[in-house]
Design a protein around this ligand. Sequence first.
Ligand code: NIG
Ligand code: FE
Length: 416
Amino acid sequence: MKTLIKDIKELIGIHEEGKLLVKGKEMAQLNTIKDAWLLIEGEKIIDFGSMIDFSEDKLGETDEYNEIDASGKIVMPSFCDSHTHIVYAGSREIEYSDKIKGLSYEEIAKRGGGILNSVKLLHNTSEDELYYQSLERIHEIIGQGTGAVEIKSGYGLTTEDEIKMLRVIKRLRETTPIIIKSTFLGAHAVPAEYKEKQDEYVDLVINEMLPLVAAEDLADYIDVFCDKGFFTVEQTDRILMAGLKYGMRPKIHANELAKSGGIQVGVKYNALSVDHIEYTEDEEIETLLNSETMPTVLPGAAFFLNMPFAPARKMIDSGLPVAFASDYNPGSSPTGNMKLMMSFACVNYRLLPEEAIHATTLNTAYAMGVSDITGSITKGKLANLIITTDIQSYQFLPYAYGSDLVNSVILKGQLL
Ligand code: NIG
Ligand code: FE
């Protein structure tokens, strides 16, 4: 079955086949067609162009097709959210008040709150219940225009509970239309029982968890929270080396709380992305310039925790690509609203709307290893699209930061 979207006010985010990311000055060059059409066949975009050049011939041989009138509306690639923790149990709004009273993220963690709080909740939640709670969040983000999401484990911290989380991620992948990539984050925090024996916990991650995760083929990538008070560069090195043996490319949490050396160790192992990166200086930028690693900013976490902002503007001006993801999780960013991340990117990090669109679509697609199939308007890519409400221009998307401007979503060619 074919679907024709016609009279599109502006079709944005167009790229040629083979363009897997945009960096430096390119990030500000958004390719668009005003007054456009786009044709979908099955799951894919097969053609698009300007209405002036449109004729019925473009439809090829077809008796029946669906037609969507997009006059007044922008059509863009759906968002890719390359960093989330949306499989979790319950919520942590109690800590929200503690934070407002002045406790830092690290102080909350030290008192046994934070990640360990979610670990307890998850342990006491059945796999089925965890699936349903997470499914609700998947539906929520699809409604906000996200078409691909990476989800991490890391609230288990025992072999059994890590596997439980990863099985839920797998089940979500099998039962929802969104593209899902899965990341094993056994080294998210040190469980209470291992408080004075961090290295023993790292041994458990490497020798027990990882082989089982790999045997069940439950993870595409491997992650470590490499930061002050969590895991050291040496421990991260050991875990990434072990992951590599199973073909798991790293995507790591780095330099959120301090200049931890996380960026360098990530690049050393050819990480797909290094994420958070608030503490990034010239030497880290230099390291990233000589790599295939996507620097990924998580503006929701920086906003929610009142942290310094990563130097995203400087990175782009230095010629780097930059991605912006939500970090959707119960502790530091309880939202997966990627349109809001775009607004943060513009206001707090001084990205232009064009750069922010690339940073939340094609570059995040790269950061989760799916930019060959999604993240831009490209012939042959999946028809994962957002159709906006009637708006004046694409700049209006990040500008109207509190408005829901997603009129409808198409995932794998299906209008939802
Ligand atoms: O990305 N930084 C580490 N992990 C998460 C927070 C998880 C939590 O607090 O539950 C993050 O911000
Ligand atoms: Fe995170």
